[in-house]
Write a protein that binds this ligand. Structure first.
Ligand SMILES: Cc1cc2nc3c(=O)[nH]c(=O)nc-3n(C[C@H](O)[C@H](O)[C@H](O)COP(=O)(O)OP(=O)(O)OC[C@H]3O[C@@H](n4cnc5c(N)ncnc54)[C@H](O)[C@@H]3O)c2cc1C
Length: 92
């Protein structure tokens, strides 16, 4: 959506994300890191739906215990979490 103008008074956005849960917000953060202008549209409060209920488990914590490609992907996410959590604690 290059050139979108006048979205709630904001200048144009390259990407509009609908939904400010953990997926939308994390996607927006990563896009912004690359210099993309992002707008997140949330109908209520951010992070108060499924992301509010999530228990915070990212199993398996040990990559050696990952038996499938999908489990290996989850395990990789687990390894990325400490740095992301520290960044979010510092920036928010
Ligand atoms: C009880 C429970 C426990 C869980 N435990 C874990 C766990 O331990 N580990 C794990 O990895 N996952 C867990 N999950 C799953 C995890 O919470 C979800 O997969 C994740 O939060 C989904 O994020 P999301 O951003 O896609 O959705 P959401 O957090 O639901 O965000 C979607 C957002 O979109 C907004 N929205 C929807 N429609 C519109 C619209 N038309 N316009 C504007 N905004 C809109 C909503 O208001 C909401 O804020 C759990 C889920 C539940 C319910």
């Amino acid at each position: 959506m290059t050139g979108a103008a006048g979205l709630h008074g904001r200048p144009g956005a390259d990407i509009v994300i609908i939904g400010g849960g953990v997926i939308g917000l994390a996607t927006a953060l990563m896009l912004a890191d690359q210099g993309t202008a992002v707008v997140v549209l949330e109908r209520q409060l951010t992070g108060r739906e499924a992301s509010w209920a999530g228990a915070g488990m990212l199993p398996p914590g040990n990559l050696g215990g990952a038996a499938t490609p999908e489990a290996r992907l989850r395990s990789y996410s687990h390894s990325l979490w400490p740095a992301l959590a520290a960044r979010l604690r510092d920036q928010t």
